[in-house]
Design a protein around this ligand. Structure first.
Ligand code: MCA
Ligand code: AMP
Length: 505
């Protein structure tokens, strides 16, 4: 194979006129049509001077063209760097600079803000709008429908996904072709995906879940996707009868269950519902089965590792657990301090090793060494235990992380912004339960002596700097933060104190 990722996921569909993408308006794009679109884009990228191994950063709305940009990067041997559409210019500047991206593709609406950044950092900029218009596709129109696939090896980098850290600095997780392909193969087989499957795809395509899990699994199996621009309960209810499988974050499931129009009859032809990215409440699992007769299959993964564990396809899908390590993945539960493996049943930090595990953080050898052991085990920072039957339970986190509607939010990043605001002595950002998003963000502030922090002005400052989903839903000023004898802020005390603050929303 000249380029395992492209050949295995995309090239195998050459000449097929079977539907690949079903669009909201009822139109379809065939496999062959999709590959032609990708080839035209790949020509544009190559003619722009991009070389194999160069990074291409994309902050674009979900569309067939956006997905074809991923395929084009694979075909042209580029490293694809997808970015959350909610990121602000401040956040994007860091990603572009840190990755050394040579090209940025963004929505036309964001181009004015990003052009000076791209110019300063020596990156080219093209636009791609949610409706498929923009400079990228204008240039692609006149390009040939086939492209000579650039030779790449399985160990070459295929993608960078940025993930925040406990220090507040985002890190570029480097994923190779082999990382992505091994997981795609394993999952397609484990979940029994075939060319007959039609996956209802409503996830964003800038994260592992929507891009690598949902899309790569469908591609490797030769199936099709109903490609919705975003999650919308009515659209899901309309399209579910045409689907055989769905993947979603827990919020998808709770929102569907909240709608009376979501009935057993709608899902009569479905064979599989998968949940991940955040804990699925056992209660949701039970309610879903009662409503639909389907038991949701929960799995567990990370940006750095793709998927690590899954409940079984056949056999008991156990609520409140993430199932068993996937074939080829070694998983152990270790003492957080010593790193020693703990006896089965005890709670500790989950470590994983396998062909799915990333290569490290881009240009951050120290960070990589802190989390990726020399023996190949990655320290996930998730706290878990393995029960008597071998099911893995995630019971908490050793890392300071909030997961809101499936998006990861690192409190440190927000605290750094809050701490810099006038009148703020210090801050603590915590996750509190939220009916829709699972968890949401609460900012707790302590005033400088004699000062009164202006929470509205502070909220404005946060808005300029950080993506919307990271904004504290509320800012509270208190006299002092609870601390332990070592002086460390006791976030668990704050979480307990405010756990019901959004209980009615
Ligand atoms: C949108 N908003 C959010 C979120 N999403 N705020 C907090 N958390 C969120 N997740 C903001 C909106 O900008 C909006 O702001 C307000 O909240 C309400 O928006 P709403 O219309 O209700 O939201 P939505 O647009 O319907 O989106 C909610 C969503 C979406 C459908 C749950 O967030 C989503 O698709 N999440 C999936 C994330 C995902 O793919 N994660 C996988 C990561 P305003 O108030 O200004 O209107 S990969 C991963 O974690 C690993 C590898 C794994 O295991 O999969
Ligand atoms: P990310 O860094 O965005 O890839 O998010 C990965 C994190 O999401 C993991 O480290 C877990 O904390 C969490 N996660 C993913 N899947 C699950 C799940 N099924 N149950 C609980 N947490 C999960």
């Amino acid at each position: 194979m000249t380029n395992p990722l492209y050949d295995t996921l995309f090239g195998i569909h050459a000449g097929k006129i079977t539907p690949f993408l079903h669009l909201p308006d009822g139109g379809t794009i065939t496999h062959a049509g999709f590959l032609a679109m990708a080839a035209r884009i790949a020509h544009v990228l190559t003619k722009a001077g991009l070389q194999p191994g160069d990074r291409l950063a994309a902050q674009v709305a979900k569309s067939p063209e956006a997905l074809a940009l991923y395929a084009a990067c694979a075909q042209a041997g580029l490293v694809f760097l997808p970015l959350n559409t909610a990121y602000t210019v401040d956040e994007l500047t860091y990603f572009i600079e840190n990755s050394g991206a040579r090209m940025v593709v963004c929505d036309g609406a964001g181009a004015d803000g990003l052009q000076p950044v791209a110019d300063r950092l020596g990156a080219q900029l093209l636009t791609l709008n949610g409706d498929g218009t923009g400079r990228l596709m204008d240039q692609a129109k006149s390009q040939p429908d086939t492209y000579p696939t650039v030779a790449r090896g399985a160990d070459d980098l295929a993608a960078f996904l940025y993930t925040s850290g406990t220090t507040g600095r985002s890190k570029g997780a480097m994923l190779t072709q082999a990382n992505l392909l091994s997981n795609a193969r394993t999952l397609a087989e484990h979940w029994r995906f075939t060319a007959d499957d039609v996956l209802l795809h409503a996830l964003p395509i800038f994260h592992t879940h929507g891009l690598f899990v949902a899309t790569n699994v469908t591609l490797i199996a030769g199936g099709a996707m109903i490609f919705l621009p975003k999650f919308d309960t009515d659209a899901m209810i309309e399209k579910l009868p045409m689907a055989t499988a769905m993947m979603g974050v827990p919020t998808f499931y709770t929102r569907l269950l909240d709608d009376d129009g979501f009935t057993r009859n709608l899902v009569r032809d479905m064979r599989l519902f998968i949940s991940g990215s955040a804990p699925l409440l056992a209660e949701t699992h039970v309610q879903f089965e009662a409503r639909t007769g389907h038991r949701i299959l929960e799995r567990y993964g990370m940006t750095e590792t793709n998927m690590n564990t899954s409940n079984p396809y056949e056999g008991e899908r156990r609520a409140g657990t993430v199932g068993f390590p996937l074939p080829g993945v070694d998983l152990k539960v270790c003492d957080p301090k010593s790193g020693a493996e703990l006896p089965q049943g005890e709670v500790g930090v989950i470590e994983v090793r396998g062909p799915n595990v990333f290569q490290g953080y881009w240009q951050m050898p120290e960070k990589t060494a802190e989390e990726l052991r020399a023996n190949g085990f990655f320290i996930t920072g998730d706290l878990g235990r393995i029960d008597d039957d071998g099911y893995v339970h995630i019971v908490g986190r050793d890392k300071d992380l909030i997961i809101s509607g499936g998006y990861n939010i690192y409190p440190k990043e927000i605290e750094l912004v809050l701490d810099a605001q006038p009148g703020v002595l210090e801050s603590a950002v915590i996750g509190v339960p939220h009916a829709d998003f699972g968890e949401t963000v609460l900012g707790v502030l302590v005033a400088e002596p004699g000062a009164t922090p202006q929470t509205d002005a502070i909220a404005d400052a946060v808005r300029d700097k950080l993506a919307r989903f990271k904004h504290p839903r509320e800012l509270i000023v208190i006299d002092e933060l609870p601390r332990n004898t070592m002086g460390k802020v006791q976030k668990n005390v704050l979480r307990d104190r405010y756990r019901e603050i959004f209980s009615t929303t």
